[in-house]
Ligand binder design. Structure first.
Ligand code: ATP
Length: 353
Protein backbone atom coordinates (compact mmCIF):
# COMPACT_ATOMS: atom_id res chain seq x y z
CA UNK A 1 0.00 0.00 0.00
CA UNK A 2 1.28 3.48 -0.84
CA UNK A 3 -1.04 5.80 0.96
CA UNK A 4 0.75 9.04 1.80
CA UNK A 5 0.29 10.71 5.16
CA UNK A 6 1.47 14.22 5.96
CA UNK A 7 1.40 14.78 9.71
CA UNK A 8 1.44 18.43 10.76
CA UNK A 9 4.27 19.39 8.45
CA UNK A 10 5.88 22.79 8.84
CA UNK A 11 8.61 24.51 6.83
CA UNK A 12 10.17 27.65 8.18
CA UNK A 13 12.83 29.82 6.57
CA UNK A 14 13.96 32.36 9.17
CA UNK A 15 11.00 34.72 9.41
CA UNK A 16 8.94 33.04 6.65
CA UNK A 17 6.67 30.10 7.36
CA UNK A 18 6.30 28.58 3.89
CA UNK A 19 4.19 25.62 5.07
CA UNK A 20 2.27 25.95 8.27
CA UNK A 21 1.01 22.75 9.89
CA UNK A 22 -0.31 20.85 6.89
CA UNK A 23 -1.91 17.45 7.53
CA UNK A 24 -3.20 15.33 4.71
CA UNK A 25 -4.05 11.66 4.10
CA UNK A 26 -3.78 10.59 0.48
CA UNK A 27 -5.25 7.21 -0.29
CA UNK A 28 -3.49 4.54 -2.34
CA UNK A 29 -4.18 5.28 -6.02
CA UNK A 30 -5.62 8.71 -5.39
CA UNK A 31 -4.62 11.82 -7.35
CA UNK A 32 -4.57 14.88 -5.12
CA UNK A 33 -4.07 18.33 -6.62
CA UNK A 34 -2.35 20.95 -4.48
CA UNK A 35 -3.88 24.16 -5.74
CA UNK A 36 -3.39 27.78 -4.79
CA UNK A 37 -1.93 31.14 -5.73
CA UNK A 38 1.76 31.80 -6.13
CA UNK A 39 3.62 31.58 -2.85
CA UNK A 40 0.98 29.59 -0.94
CA UNK A 41 3.41 26.72 -0.26
CA UNK A 42 2.40 24.07 -2.83
CA UNK A 43 5.87 23.46 -4.21
CA UNK A 44 7.49 23.48 -0.79
CA UNK A 45 4.97 20.85 0.39
CA UNK A 46 5.64 18.66 -2.66
CA UNK A 47 9.39 19.00 -2.26
CA UNK A 48 9.20 17.97 1.37
CA UNK A 49 7.26 14.85 0.36
CA UNK A 50 9.97 14.13 -2.22
CA UNK A 51 12.75 14.69 0.30
CA UNK A 52 14.36 17.61 -1.56
CA UNK A 53 13.69 19.98 1.33
CA UNK A 54 13.90 18.85 4.95
CA UNK A 55 10.80 19.44 7.07
CA UNK A 56 11.10 21.80 10.03
CA UNK A 57 8.43 19.86 11.93
CA UNK A 58 6.09 16.97 11.26
CA UNK A 59 6.29 13.55 9.66
CA UNK A 60 5.77 12.03 6.22
CA UNK A 61 4.68 8.41 5.95
CA UNK A 62 4.17 6.24 2.90
CA UNK A 63 2.45 2.91 3.36
CA UNK A 64 2.88 3.32 7.10
CA UNK A 65 6.68 3.77 6.79
CA UNK A 66 8.19 6.98 8.17
CA UNK A 67 10.28 8.55 5.37
CA UNK A 68 10.75 11.94 7.00
CA UNK A 69 14.52 11.77 7.22
CA UNK A 70 15.29 9.68 4.12
CA UNK A 71 17.00 11.23 1.07
CA UNK A 72 15.01 11.43 -2.21
CA UNK A 73 16.62 8.34 -3.75
CA UNK A 74 15.50 6.19 -0.82
CA UNK A 75 11.82 7.17 -1.11
CA UNK A 76 10.92 5.38 -4.36
CA UNK A 77 9.05 8.34 -5.78
CA UNK A 78 8.86 9.55 -9.37
CA UNK A 79 9.14 13.27 -10.14
CA UNK A 80 7.93 15.41 -13.00
CA UNK A 81 8.80 19.10 -13.16
CA UNK A 82 7.64 22.11 -15.09
CA UNK A 83 10.96 22.40 -16.96
CA UNK A 84 11.19 18.61 -17.55
CA UNK A 85 14.80 18.51 -16.23
CA UNK A 86 15.97 16.12 -18.95
CA UNK A 87 19.68 15.48 -19.48
CA UNK A 88 20.40 17.39 -22.73
CA UNK A 89 23.30 15.21 -23.90
CA UNK A 90 21.44 11.92 -23.44
CA UNK A 91 18.94 10.41 -25.87
CA UNK A 92 15.32 9.90 -24.91
CA UNK A 93 16.01 6.21 -24.19
CA UNK A 94 19.08 7.03 -22.08
CA UNK A 95 17.17 9.65 -20.13
CA UNK A 96 14.50 7.12 -19.28
CA UNK A 97 17.05 4.40 -18.51
CA UNK A 98 19.06 6.60 -16.14
CA UNK A 99 17.15 5.85 -12.94
CA UNK A 100 17.32 2.12 -13.59
CA UNK A 101 21.06 2.23 -14.25
CA UNK A 102 21.54 4.01 -10.94
CA UNK A 103 19.74 1.08 -9.37
CA UNK A 104 22.12 -1.26 -11.17
CA UNK A 105 19.45 -3.35 -12.86
CA UNK A 106 20.55 -5.94 -15.44
CA UNK A 107 20.79 -4.54 -18.99
CA UNK A 108 18.00 -6.70 -20.39
CA UNK A 109 15.59 -5.59 -17.64
CA UNK A 110 16.48 -1.96 -18.28
CA UNK A 111 15.79 -2.30 -22.02
CA UNK A 112 12.45 -3.97 -21.38
CA UNK A 113 11.31 -1.44 -18.79
CA UNK A 114 12.40 1.55 -20.90
CA UNK A 115 10.43 0.16 -23.83
CA UNK A 116 7.32 -0.32 -21.69
CA UNK A 117 7.60 3.22 -20.29
CA UNK A 118 8.11 4.79 -23.71
CA UNK A 119 5.23 2.75 -25.16
CA UNK A 120 3.02 4.03 -22.38
CA UNK A 121 3.69 7.65 -23.36
CA UNK A 122 3.65 6.78 -27.10
CA UNK A 123 7.26 7.75 -27.73
CA UNK A 124 9.02 4.47 -28.58
CA UNK A 125 9.70 5.68 -32.10
CA UNK A 126 11.75 8.63 -30.79
CA UNK A 127 13.99 6.72 -28.35
CA UNK A 128 17.19 7.77 -30.14
CA UNK A 129 16.49 11.48 -30.33
CA UNK A 130 18.00 14.11 -28.09
CA UNK A 131 15.64 16.22 -25.93
CA UNK A 132 16.33 19.34 -28.03
CA UNK A 133 14.97 17.48 -31.07
CA UNK A 134 11.59 17.09 -29.39
CA UNK A 135 8.61 19.39 -28.95
CA UNK A 136 7.66 20.62 -25.47
CA UNK A 137 4.85 18.07 -25.26
CA UNK A 138 7.17 15.24 -26.25
CA UNK A 139 9.76 16.34 -23.69
CA UNK A 140 7.08 16.30 -21.04
CA UNK A 141 6.20 12.74 -22.06
CA UNK A 142 9.84 11.69 -21.72
CA UNK A 143 9.89 13.24 -18.25
CA UNK A 144 6.76 11.27 -17.38
CA UNK A 145 8.24 8.02 -18.73
CA UNK A 146 11.38 8.66 -16.71
CA UNK A 147 9.34 9.24 -13.57
CA UNK A 148 7.29 6.06 -14.10
CA UNK A 149 10.02 3.68 -15.24
CA UNK A 150 11.32 3.11 -11.71
CA UNK A 151 7.84 1.87 -10.73
CA UNK A 152 7.54 4.45 -7.97
CA UNK A 153 5.15 4.15 -5.04
CA UNK A 154 4.24 7.79 -5.43
CA UNK A 155 4.28 10.20 -8.37
CA UNK A 156 5.00 13.88 -7.65
CA UNK A 157 4.22 16.37 -10.40
CA UNK A 158 5.04 20.07 -10.08
CA UNK A 159 3.16 22.22 -12.60
CA UNK A 160 3.88 19.60 -15.28
CA UNK A 161 1.76 21.31 -17.93
CA UNK A 162 2.55 24.97 -17.44
CA UNK A 163 5.05 25.23 -20.32
CA UNK A 164 2.64 23.75 -22.87
CA UNK A 165 0.17 25.61 -25.04
CA UNK A 166 -3.53 25.40 -24.24
CA UNK A 167 -4.42 22.55 -26.59
CA UNK A 168 -1.45 20.41 -25.67
CA UNK A 169 -2.06 21.08 -22.01
CA UNK A 170 -5.54 19.65 -22.35
CA UNK A 171 -4.26 16.58 -24.15
CA UNK A 172 -1.45 15.90 -21.66
CA UNK A 173 -3.78 16.48 -18.75
CA UNK A 174 -6.06 13.67 -19.95
CA UNK A 175 -3.10 11.48 -20.71
CA UNK A 176 -1.52 11.92 -17.28
CA UNK A 177 -4.84 11.15 -15.66
CA UNK A 178 -5.31 8.12 -17.86
CA UNK A 179 -1.88 6.66 -17.11
CA UNK A 180 -2.24 7.47 -13.41
CA UNK A 181 -5.51 5.56 -13.27
CA UNK A 182 -4.24 2.63 -15.33
CA UNK A 183 -1.28 2.23 -12.98
CA UNK A 184 -3.28 3.12 -9.88
CA UNK A 185 -0.37 5.23 -8.70
CA UNK A 186 -0.75 7.59 -5.75
CA UNK A 187 -0.08 11.05 -7.14
CA UNK A 188 0.38 14.61 -5.90
CA UNK A 189 -0.08 17.20 -8.64
CA UNK A 190 0.84 20.84 -7.99
CA UNK A 191 -0.92 23.49 -10.03
CA UNK A 192 -2.13 27.08 -9.73
CA UNK A 193 -4.81 26.49 -12.36
CA UNK A 194 -8.22 25.68 -10.86
CA UNK A 195 -9.54 24.23 -14.08
CA UNK A 196 -6.58 21.84 -14.30
CA UNK A 197 -7.00 20.79 -10.69
CA UNK A 198 -10.73 20.15 -11.08
CA UNK A 199 -10.30 18.05 -14.18
CA UNK A 200 -7.44 15.76 -13.10
CA UNK A 201 -7.90 15.29 -9.38
CA UNK A 202 -9.89 12.94 -7.19
CA UNK A 203 -9.44 15.50 -4.46
CA UNK A 204 -8.35 19.11 -4.50
CA UNK A 205 -6.43 20.74 -1.65
CA UNK A 206 -6.62 24.51 -1.88
CA UNK A 207 -3.80 26.21 0.00
CA UNK A 208 -3.45 29.75 1.23
CA UNK A 209 -0.45 31.26 3.01
CA UNK A 210 1.03 27.86 3.91
CA UNK A 211 -2.20 26.36 5.20
CA UNK A 212 -4.99 24.23 3.80
CA UNK A 213 -7.97 26.48 3.21
CA UNK A 214 -10.33 23.75 1.97
CA UNK A 215 -10.01 20.21 0.66
CA UNK A 216 -12.56 18.02 -0.99
CA UNK A 217 -13.80 16.51 -4.22
CA UNK A 218 -13.67 18.90 -7.18
CA UNK A 219 -17.41 19.56 -6.99
CA UNK A 220 -17.17 20.31 -3.26
CA UNK A 221 -14.80 23.18 -3.84
CA UNK A 222 -16.54 24.38 -6.94
CA UNK A 223 -20.12 24.21 -5.70
CA UNK A 224 -19.68 24.49 -1.94
CA UNK A 225 -16.82 26.90 -1.27
CA UNK A 226 -16.25 27.23 2.46
CA UNK A 227 -14.80 30.74 2.40
CA UNK A 228 -14.61 33.97 0.46
CA UNK A 229 -11.07 33.05 -0.63
CA UNK A 230 -12.14 29.66 -2.01
CA UNK A 231 -15.14 31.10 -3.83
CA UNK A 232 -13.03 33.78 -5.45
CA UNK A 233 -10.28 31.33 -6.39
CA UNK A 234 -12.86 29.00 -7.96
CA UNK A 235 -14.13 31.74 -10.27
CA UNK A 236 -17.11 33.14 -8.38
CA UNK A 237 -17.19 36.69 -9.72
CA UNK A 238 -20.00 37.93 -7.46
CA UNK A 239 -19.27 38.14 -3.74
CA UNK A 240 -21.75 40.45 -2.09
CA UNK A 241 -20.99 41.47 1.47
CA UNK A 242 -23.79 41.64 4.04
CA UNK A 243 -25.39 40.05 7.08
CA UNK A 244 -28.28 37.68 7.73
CA UNK A 245 -31.39 39.61 8.65
CA UNK A 246 -33.49 36.57 9.48
CA UNK A 247 -33.54 32.93 8.41
CA UNK A 248 -33.14 32.89 4.63
CA UNK A 249 -33.05 36.70 4.33
CA UNK A 250 -29.75 38.44 3.63
CA UNK A 251 -29.22 42.18 3.73
CA UNK A 252 -26.48 43.39 1.40
CA UNK A 253 -24.23 46.18 2.68
CA UNK A 254 -25.70 48.28 -0.10
CA UNK A 255 -29.20 47.87 1.38
CA UNK A 256 -30.96 45.30 -0.84
CA UNK A 257 -32.55 42.32 0.95
CA UNK A 258 -32.40 39.03 -0.93
CA UNK A 259 -33.46 35.42 -0.32
CA UNK A 260 -30.63 33.00 0.44
CA UNK A 261 -30.39 29.31 1.35
CA UNK A 262 -30.61 28.58 5.06
CA UNK A 263 -27.07 28.25 6.47
CA UNK A 264 -25.75 27.88 10.00
CA UNK A 265 -23.59 30.99 9.76
CA UNK A 266 -23.69 34.42 11.32
CA UNK A 267 -21.71 37.64 11.43
CA UNK A 268 -20.10 39.25 8.40
CA UNK A 269 -20.80 37.09 5.37
CA UNK A 270 -20.71 37.26 1.61
CA UNK A 271 -23.21 35.89 -0.83
CA UNK A 272 -21.25 33.96 -3.47
CA UNK A 273 -23.06 33.86 -6.77
CA UNK A 274 -21.63 32.39 -9.96
CA UNK A 275 -22.04 34.60 -13.01
CA UNK A 276 -23.77 31.74 -14.87
CA UNK A 277 -26.54 31.76 -12.25
CA UNK A 278 -27.36 35.45 -12.66
CA UNK A 279 -30.22 35.75 -15.15
CA UNK A 280 -30.95 38.89 -17.14
CA UNK A 281 -34.57 39.56 -18.09
CA UNK A 282 -35.63 36.03 -17.08
CA UNK A 283 -39.25 34.97 -17.29
CA UNK A 284 -39.17 31.87 -15.09
CA UNK A 285 -41.47 32.22 -12.03
CA UNK A 286 -38.91 30.46 -9.83
CA UNK A 287 -36.59 33.42 -10.21
CA UNK A 288 -38.98 35.93 -8.76
CA UNK A 289 -37.75 35.60 -5.17
CA UNK A 290 -34.73 37.67 -6.15
CA UNK A 291 -35.37 40.15 -8.89
CA UNK A 292 -33.78 43.58 -8.95
CA UNK A 293 -33.68 46.26 -11.58
CA UNK A 294 -30.31 47.20 -13.03
CA UNK A 295 -28.54 48.70 -15.97
CA UNK A 296 -26.00 47.08 -18.29
CA UNK A 297 -22.63 48.78 -17.81
CA UNK A 298 -20.58 46.90 -20.34
CA UNK A 299 -20.33 43.58 -22.12
CA UNK A 300 -17.24 41.42 -22.63
CA UNK A 301 -17.44 39.05 -25.59
CA UNK A 302 -15.65 35.78 -24.75
CA UNK A 303 -16.52 33.57 -27.70
CA UNK A 304 -18.85 31.00 -26.16
CA UNK A 305 -20.24 33.43 -23.59
CA UNK A 306 -20.76 37.13 -23.06
CA UNK A 307 -20.11 38.58 -19.60
CA UNK A 308 -22.28 41.55 -18.69
CA UNK A 309 -21.46 43.87 -15.87
CA UNK A 310 -24.72 45.26 -14.53
CA UNK A 311 -25.19 47.97 -11.91
CA UNK A 312 -27.97 48.08 -9.33
CA UNK A 313 -29.39 51.50 -8.33
CA UNK A 314 -27.38 51.25 -5.06
CA UNK A 315 -24.17 51.14 -7.09
CA UNK A 316 -23.44 47.42 -6.53
CA UNK A 317 -22.27 45.63 -9.66
CA UNK A 318 -22.76 41.99 -10.65
CA UNK A 319 -21.41 39.90 -13.50
CA UNK A 320 -23.97 37.89 -15.45
CA UNK A 321 -22.78 35.36 -18.01
CA UNK A 322 -24.93 34.34 -20.95
CA UNK A 323 -24.30 32.06 -23.92
CA UNK A 324 -23.22 34.14 -26.89
CA UNK A 325 -25.11 34.09 -30.19
CA UNK A 326 -22.30 31.84 -31.51
CA UNK A 327 -23.79 28.95 -29.49
CA UNK A 328 -27.43 29.90 -29.84
CA UNK A 329 -27.55 32.46 -27.02
CA UNK A 330 -29.81 35.50 -27.06
CA UNK A 331 -29.01 38.71 -28.93
CA UNK A 332 -26.39 40.83 -27.15
CA UNK A 333 -27.48 43.63 -24.79
CA UNK A 334 -26.05 47.09 -25.26
CA UNK A 335 -24.55 49.20 -22.49
CA UNK A 336 -27.10 51.54 -20.91
CA UNK A 337 -29.94 49.08 -21.37
CA UNK A 338 -32.31 48.60 -18.39
CA UNK A 339 -32.57 44.93 -17.32
CA UNK A 340 -34.06 42.80 -14.58
CA UNK A 341 -31.45 40.81 -12.68
CA UNK A 342 -32.62 37.61 -11.01
CA UNK A 343 -31.30 34.44 -9.44
CA UNK A 344 -32.78 31.55 -7.57
CA UNK A 345 -32.08 31.68 -3.83
CA UNK A 346 -30.45 28.22 -4.00
CA UNK A 347 -28.00 29.52 -6.60
CA UNK A 348 -26.19 31.51 -3.92
CA UNK A 349 -23.84 30.23 -1.21
CA UNK A 350 -23.13 32.15 1.97
CA UNK A 351 -19.48 32.21 2.96
CA UNK A 352 -17.61 33.80 5.86
CA UNK A 353 -15.46 36.76 4.89
P1 ATP B 1 4.59 29.13 -6.97
O1 ATP B 1 3.34 28.67 -7.63
O2 ATP B 1 4.92 30.58 -7.25
O3 ATP B 1 5.76 28.22 -7.15
P2 ATP B 1 4.11 27.97 -4.36
O4 ATP B 1 2.73 27.93 -3.87
O5 ATP B 1 4.66 26.72 -4.91
O6 ATP B 1 4.27 29.15 -5.39
P3 ATP B 1 6.36 27.95 -2.60
O7 ATP B 1 7.37 27.96 -3.69
O8 ATP B 1 6.12 26.68 -1.90
O9 ATP B 1 4.98 28.49 -3.15
O10 ATP B 1 6.75 29.08 -1.54
C1 ATP B 1 6.03 29.31 -0.37
C2 ATP B 1 6.61 30.47 0.40
O11 ATP B 1 7.91 30.14 0.91
C3 ATP B 1 6.81 31.74 -0.41
O12 ATP B 1 6.48 32.83 0.39
C4 ATP B 1 8.27 31.72 -0.74
O13 ATP B 1 8.75 33.02 -0.93
C5 ATP B 1 8.88 31.07 0.49
N1 ATP B 1 10.11 30.32 0.18
C6 ATP B 1 10.22 29.27 -0.66
N2 ATP B 1 11.49 28.82 -0.70
C7 ATP B 1 12.20 29.62 0.13
C8 ATP B 1 13.59 29.67 0.53
N3 ATP B 1 14.49 28.80 0.06
N4 ATP B 1 13.94 30.63 1.42
C9 ATP B 1 13.04 31.50 1.91
N5 ATP B 1 11.74 31.50 1.58
C10 ATP B 1 11.32 30.58 0.70
Amino acid sequence: MSDVVLQSIVKRYDATTAVDNVSLNIRQGELVALLGPSGCGKTTTLRMVGGFIPVTEGRILVGGRDLTSLPPNKRNMGFGFQNYALFPHMSVGENVAFGLQMRKLPKADIARKVKTALDRVKLSHLADRLPKQLSGGQQQRVALARALVIEPDVLLLDEPLSNLDAQLRNEMKLEIRNIQQQLGITTIFVTHDQDEALSVADRVVLMRAGRIEQMGAPDDLFERPASHFVAEFMGVTNLLAGTLESVGRFRLKSGEVVAVPVAGLSGDLALALRPERVILDGTDEALLANTLSAEVEFATYRGLVIDYRVRLPSGVTLIARRPSPAVGGPAPLSPGRAVRVSWQPEAGTLVPV
